[in-house]
Ligand binder design. Sequence first.
Ligand code: ADP
Ligand code: MG
Length: 484
Amino acid sequence: MNQAIRDKYEVVIGLEVHAQLQTVSKIFAADSAAFGAAPNTHISPITLGHPGTLPKLNKKAVEYAIKMGLAVGSTITDYQYFDRKNYFYPDLPKGYQITQDKTPICMGGGVKVKLSTGEKTVRFHHIHLEEDAGKSLHADDSPDSLLDYNRAGTPLIEMVTEPEIKSAEEAAQFMTEVRKLVRYLQICDGNMEEGSLRCDVNISVMPVGSKVFGTKVEIKNMNSIRFIQKAIEYEIVRQIEAVEAGDKLIQETRNFDPATGRTSGMREKETMNDYRYFPEPDLVPLVISADYLQHIKAQMPALPWELFEKFTKVYGLPEYDAGVLTDSRDIAEYFEATCQFTKNYKAASNWIMGTIKSYLNDHNLSIADSIAPERLAQLIGLIDEGKVSTSTAAQQIFPSLIQDPTATPLAIAEAKNLIQQSNSDLLQTWIDETLKANPAKVQEYKKGKKGLLSMFMGEIMKKSKGAADPKATTSLLQKTLDAL
Ligand code: ADP
Ligand code: MG
């Protein structure tokens, strides 16, 4: 699209993010909430809404929702009740979904996102608790739809943003931050592929400076950050072209097809059911006492931005390092644990971002499978004392430590003869022997062929079987040659 036309319009985006809470059981029943079981094995009469059954609220789900709210600075609603949202759909066995329409558990709050243009806060309108529906499966070659109710009744929080996201980049950064946060809080696994974190994208365009929003379109169930970006890019162009052509956009729900990168209409919102919300009569209101709230506050972990601040201010790391290390809670904790044993914080950061991360990636392992933080600190100590070089530590000692977590770096270095010699008597002997064995080269060197220095170094290294500390050797060799 022509940039001049594009620049005439402002994009308005609001996200409705669903996060499946990592509880053991469902939100109103004792059935397992685990993902991936054989279809229709995690269902009970309560989940299926059989007559006479009664829902009972899962306290963990409440705790997790409150944790999210506290993390993003929401106000926690002290008196809540649940509502029934009535509609017919095959994946909804009860014929209604229990949700929170009038009294969402959290109000307001926001998440800071880093953009190429600077920082900005995307605010939440609210966060509410609800139950998920089941799943309809449509096999390609069959006219039938299959139903799996395992997911019905698993707990969700729906996080609804204000309509103030301005671009695909912002939406992507926002989702990235939300995913990081739910993982830090350990309330949701953040796995978008499996659908435990997904979002509906609401998007409209309006002339720059307009006070009135354009007609919004909703793209449902996006389960990849890349697809969210693509769908937004596509919709921006489609909507602007429609407006430019004088067409009237309709408020509708659209589907994104990853194969084509396009969206297509599903149903018009105007013609949708009225949900006939009313308070859920089978559940008592939920009262959050000040004591209970305090109890949850006390369990809150350090949050990514708090750790970022700490890593830059207390440990003096560059912002880049702090960003990488706080990307996931386990890496951040590993770094902090290492800093209990070493004061060389930058070296610890380099090791974690470099050797350790690539080792873990290559072997598909997590940080828990790495060497103990204390061992890493000892390894850094060996390098700092000049006993081993960084490359020896990374290429020879680190893999051995992975193999044998009980061994210390020093023991491995000794056993493998990797300790560098900076003992000057020993170095001097190796240097003297080398120079004596190469009188012609020494003459050439004296006549100005300074490049021979590296040849001598190579010989000395060979003689020492790699144990000579290169720095100490170079300076002693230089001194010896100068004195000849
Ligand atoms: P609805 O009642 O249709 O569900 P809501 O007011 O509840 O709409 O908003 C749902 C989401 O859509 C929110 O994230 C909100 O920020 C966003 N939204 C509302 N109006 C617009 C608009 N004109 N353009 C883009 N997003 C919008
Ligand atoms: Mg809504």
